[in-house]
Write a new protein. Structure first.
Length: 273
């Protein structure tokens, strides 16, 4: 079936909220005032960078460059960008936990096959057990994690002491996630399909995380496959699931590239990047 143009416009509009959410997160955690409008333009410009960098890496590098141009010392900028990524991950995990608690054992999770859920839990438990049991692996994980924790901890203590900045950062993270969730729901509605909000959130958050974990530029191909598989698992027909995943990515990734190119050139002309 053809996609409903009205829902396509809604999906595109909701996707634009993610730029503001990303800007709020960075501005809230920054030690210096960055300016919300300029920071939002940086998030828009990242739409181009994601074409050539793995998901998450390009925007982080652009945020770092922007902070340096704004006079933030490189070590402080690195710590801030690292804290932003950690906070986004934590926000996503907490949102998934909240959804699971609100759903309970008889809600939307029943729409997913219990075998797949058990396998996922089993894999996580095996990995955690291996880290705890194997000394060399445990030391390797600690060696990898400790530098990030040491880098982030002072910034985290500072942010906790600034409640308004913490609220702005967390609110931005939630707005970014909500924008993507809303766009995903609208893309699904464009093909006359729908899922319960909890099911939709679980499919999107897990699918996007799995797809982005594979280091392809912008998660191209892998995110679409993961989202399509998640929708099919949740009970959406395969054709509608694939169409939804592709439409969602077109409206929240591909179609925004020209806008990102304009923002990048605009910031470069003003020596902000």
């Amino acid at each position: 079936a053809d996609a409903n143009p009205l829902w396509m416009v809604v999906a595109f509009g909701l996707g634009l909220l993610t730029y503001l959410g990303g800007a709020m997160g960075l501005a809230g955690l920054s030690p210096d005032r960055l300016g919300l409008w300029r920071t939002t333009l940086v998030q828009v410009a990242a739409s181009v960078i994601t074409l050539v960098a793995p998901a998450g890496v390009g925007p982080a590098a652009l945020n770092l460059r922007f902070m340096q141009k704004r006079g933030v010392a490189t070590p402080m900028a690195l710590a801030t960008v690292a804290l932003l990524q950690v906070s986004q991950f934590v926000t996503t995990v907490l949102l998934l936990i909240a959804i699971a608690l609100l759903t309970g054992s008889s809600g939307a999770l029943q729409q997913l096959p219990s075998g797949a859920v058990l396998i996922g839990i089993g894999v996580v438990l095996v990995l955690v057990g291996a880290v705890l049991a194997i000394g060399s692996l445990r030391r390797w994980v600690i060696a990898k994690v400790r530098p990030t924790l040491q880098q982030v901890w002072p910034r985290l203590v500072w942010v906790i002491g600034q409640p308004h900045r913490l609220a702005m950062a967390l609110g931005g993270n939630l707005l970014m996630t909500a924008g993507y969730l809303g766009a995903f729901a609208a893309a699904l509605a464009a093909f006359g399909q729908s899922l319960a909000p909890t099911s939709l959130a679980i499919v999107y958050l897990t699918g996007n995380a799995v797809g982005s974990a594979i280091p392809t530029p912008g998660g191209i191909g892998t995110v679409e496959l993961a989202l399509s598989t998640g929708l099919t698992t949740a009970g959406i027909a395969a054709a509608a699931a694939a169409s939804t995943a592709v439409l969602f990515r077109v409206l929240t990734f591909w179609i925004r590239v020209p806008l990102g190119w304009w923002a990048l050139r605009h910031l470069q002309r003003r020596n902000m990047l």
